[in-house]
Ligand binder design. Structure first.
Ligand SMILES: [Zn+2]
Ligand SMILES: [Zn+2]
Length: 130
């Protein structure tokens, strides 16, 4: 089972493909980018490797945009902007920690919030200009 080998070339190429771009690619995008290098690559193999990489904490899921799950090689907590028009997923930097409602949730429900996903939606600059 080549996909389960710890350091297969395909696995390394899939990680590199996700890490070297800020575009937060989907499995489909990774597949189409790597097909030239790995002609026998299947979309199923890409999905399986991505699932493993997520389990290992090498990559994280940003969420679904237009029906395709998008992935991030930057695993630290950071907010995203998602364009409703073109589906671009863009990292946004904020001047301070994003205002969360963790304390309120913990107090009102007795939960222990461990993390949050902050995603803003709207129109990116390219889509506003065109
Ligand atoms: Zn856009
Ligand atoms: Zn990101």
């Amino acid at each position: 089972m080549p996909t389960l080998r710890k350091h297969s070339r395909k696995r390394d190429a899939i990680i590199a493909c996700i890490r070297e771009t800020k575009a937060h690619p989907s499995a489909e995008t990774v597949y189409s980018r790597l097909r030239a290098e790995f002609p026998k690559l299947s979309l199923g193999t890409v999905y399986r490797n991505i699932a493993l990489l997520r389990e290992e904490g090498e990559i994280v899921s940003v969420g679904f945009v237009g029906g395709e799950e998008r992935f991030d090689g930057v695993t630290s907590d950071h907010p995203h902007f998602v364009c409703d028009c073109c589906g671009a997923v863009i990292d946004v930097e904020l001047s301070g920690p994003p205002r969360g409602f963790e304390d309120e949730i913990n107090r009102n429900y007795g939960f222990e919030v461990s993390h949050r996903k902050l995603i803003y939606f709207g129109k990116c600059t390219d889509c506003i200009e065109h």
